[in-house]
Design a protein around this ligand. Structure first.
Ligand code: SF4
Length: 430
């Protein structure tokens, strides 16, 4: 019997011949979920695949076994990356990844039927090492395709006041009131306290990046991000100072600019200019998250309260004057605008809204991208059904087409750099 998800997948591949079947498979795997069989889970404990136990964004997944390490992202045969929330209890009919000793491959299975073979991103050489102060390097940097992803501030202050983005499950520990001597904004000097700190020590970051770059040819971009910190004389001044310190520390290993992306709030022009002038940063990404004004106010109350949607948009466009066309991007959490109870009621309305946003930003030299909404029990929206596969295919296809018409490419977020944007995955044949 053909399972519903396999027939849905096959129908979609026929209906959209201009969309890579690997990208459609990726979307289907993210929507339906993937579980590892015991054989596959045993195989990924090996030194080649083991990504360890640490999760820099502090996301919990209920169904994960604490004794087993998780692998990195799944690699499809064309090197498309698939990021799976392993252990998500809501998967009711997931794909399975198995391991075959005879063939030496990981078969991708649907209800006992092999539909393809996959692989996993290999463990980077710097995992398992510690900084001079004793902090595990995999707690400092995550790996996404050829990107080193550094979460410099592992806390989001919007959670303190309960006006965090409603789809967000990052830094859920931010709700906890810091106890004296714990979780502070100070960088830790006690190596045993590294797990309790919010701000990662810049020397730990410097050493981790330096060590990662010893693996020749593996990384081609450094991405910096973190939770939102609105403190300072001017809104975000503390955060801007922090990122400048970190980027300058990383920059000690480079001459001039180095391939890098800062994913951060929309800063004032003066702050963006400081980031550009005082560091080697090459691209800047203030994420709008949700385009529609009404849905944005509902889903991103903290960002709207502190900056406001119009100002966020203006600041994003202003940043193009400093970083240049194509080096400022912004992304939405694709599908969150359809969430219950106040989201769009139809995928057509949601798509129209996102395409309007993409066109608006493209006219202004900004690369507009979409990630995929992963409903999570710890977010304010809670666990909700995801939009259908057809929505995500049309979204990816439409955004790629609009950017192409305006001569824009998602250089910093293409399939080799990031792999987290299906629309950017499609650019590889342009
Ligand atoms: S700014 Fe929003 S999306 Fe980012 S960490 Fe805070 S709540 Fe989450």
């Amino acid at each position: 019997m053909v399972s519903s998800k396999l027939s849905e997948l096959e129908e979609a591949i026929i209906r959209y011949p201009d969309v890579s079947p690997f990208v459609i498979l990726k979307l289907s795997m993210i929507l339906r979920g993937v579980e590892l069989t015991p054989r596959a889970l045993a195989k990924v404990q090996s030194e080649v695949y083991n990504f360890g136990f640490l999760e820099p964004f502090f996301i919990d997944f209920e169904g994960r076994t604490k004794e087993k390490a998780m692998p990195g992202s799944i690699l499809l045969r064309d090197a498309t990356n698939v990021y799976i929330n392993y252990g998500d209890p809501a998967y009711t009919n997931p794909y399975h990844v198995d391991w075959s000793d005879d063939e030496g491959v990981f078969p991708l299975m649907d209800q006992g039927e092999t539909i393809d073979s996959v692989d996993f991103v290999q463990r980077p050489d710097f995992f398992g090492k510690r900084t001079g102060r004793g902090v595990p390097m995999e707690a400092i940097a995550d790996v996404r395709t050829q990107k080193l992803v550094i979460t410099a501030y592992q806390h989001c202050r919007l959670w303190e006041t309960g006006d965090q983005c409603k789809f967000c499950a990052f830094f859920t520990n931010s709700k906890e009131t810091p106890k004296p001597g714990h979780a502070t904004d100070e960088t830790t000097s006690n190596t045993e306290d590294w797990r309790k700190t919010r701000e990662i020590n810049q020397e730990d970051i410097y050493e981790t990046v330096r060590e990662a770059l010893k693996e020749r040819g593996r990384f081609s971009e450094i991405q910096l991000s973190g939770g939102l910190d609105y403190g300072g004389k001017e809104l975000f001044d503390n955060e801007v100072d922090r990122y400048i310190r970190v980027l300058r520390a990383i920059g000690r290993d480079f001459e001039g600019r180095f391939s890098s992306q800062l994913m951060a709030p929309a800063y004032s022009k003066k702050q963006v200019k400081r980031l550009y002038d005082e560091t080697g940063l090459t691209s800047y990404c203030p994420n709008i998250e949700v385009w529609d004004e009404e849905k944005s106010k509902w889903l991103c109350p903290g960002k709207n309260k502190r900056v406001g949607r119009e100002e966020w948009i203006n600041r994003t466009i202003d940043a193009v004057e400093i970083f240049g066309k194509g080096f400022v991007c912004t992304q939405v959490v694709g599908g969150a605008e359809l969430a219950a109870p106040y989201g769009f009621k139809s995928v057509d309305e949601a798509l129209e809204s996102n395409f309007q946003a993409c066109e608006f930003f493209a006219k202004n030299g900004v690369v507009f991208l979409s990630t995929i909404w992963r409903p999570h029990y710890a977010s304010a929206l809670g666990k909700q059904p995801m939009p259908p596969l057809d929505y995500y295919i049309r979204l990816a296809r439409g955004l790629r087409q609009i950017r192409k018409e305006y001569g824009l490419r998602a250089i910093n977020d293409d399939y080799k750099h990031c792999g987290n944007h299906p629309d950017a995955d499609l650019e590889r044949i342009d």
